[in-house]
Write a protein that binds this ligand. Structure first.
Ligand SMILES: [Zn+2]
Length: 251
């Protein structure tokens, strides 16, 4: 049974198909990840020309058939093209990490909390002066929590002592106090400033992230902590292209 469905979706990536068509991978609020064929969308005269750029948020109507690997596009319109974000090269680097992780982790069922989180972060990356790096931390801190492996910021996961500083366990991604991480030879350290930034992110709206104060050393360490947490929890996160690109440009 085929029916026309309507949903909101972010463009994750696109590939050419035939002479003028596109195969578009989308992350939708109602159906999770979906693949849509947009016939003739590469044609200069197509009304959809340029719509399917990565990061665009679209309202789409598609011929949806459950169980089929792809669906045909009927109609698309912009909800938000995020032009300012797309034209900010630093924002593009950090947004690309988010999009690559969403592409590699989301399935073909609805994950509306992650969709809403992504939307909130992209709105800030587009409309505010907040550092895209901070906003990408915010996304991941909450992404980990939604997936059931959020950081416990208060107590050491091994001994239960109040956390002040320590290291992240490279085995299970938990935060360990100084004493419990003595034999842990990772160089992923956290201190009370980093803990406070994470606490602030747990509690506040993305709009408030503009108030974060962080020195360069802690900024780099938070990137490492977050990217390593990703690697620990997802097998396919070892060599993210977007992170390699970001490291080349930023570091
Ligand atoms: Zn401990």
């Amino acid at each position: 049974m085929m029916n026309i469905i309507n949903t909101k979706a972010f463009v994750l990536k696109k590939k050419n198909s035939g002479d003028t068509s596109l195969i578009v991978h989308l992350f939708s609020i109602d159906y999770g990840k979906i693949i849509v064929i947009a016939k003739g969308a590469r044609n200069i005269k197509s009304k959809y020309h340029g719509y399917f750029e990565q990061f665009s948020l679209l309202n789409i109507h598609i011929n949806y058939k459950e169980g089929r690997p792809y669906h045909y596009l009927n109609f698309a319109e912009y909800i938000d093209p995020f032009w300012k974000m797309k034209n900010n090269s630093v924002a593009v680097l950090y947004a690309s990490v988010i999009i690559e992780v969403v592409y590699k982790t989301q399935n073909y069922y609805s994950e509306s909390s992650i969709f809403k989180l992504l939307n909130a972060i992209f709105i800030e990356m587009n409309d505010s002066q907040t550092s895209p790096q901070y906003l990408h931390w915010y996304f991941f801190i909450h992404f980990f929590k939604i997936n059931g492996f959020g950081y416990n910021l208060e107590f050491c996961n091994h001994c239960g002592k109040k956390l002040v500083k320590g290291k992240i366990s490279t085995i299970d991604g938990y935060l360990l106090c100084e004493n419990c991480s003595k034999n842990n030879n990772s160089d992923l350290n956290f201190n009370d400033e980093i803990l406070n930034i994470f606490r602030f992110m747990y509690k506040k709206h993305p709009k408030k992230m503009i108030n974060i104060q962080c020195d360069e050393k802690n900024k780099n360490m938070i990137d490492q902590l977050i990217w390593n947490t990703l690697k620990i929890h997802f097998d396919n996160m070892k060599n993210l292209k977007s992170i390699l690109t970001l490291k080349k440009v930023i570091y």
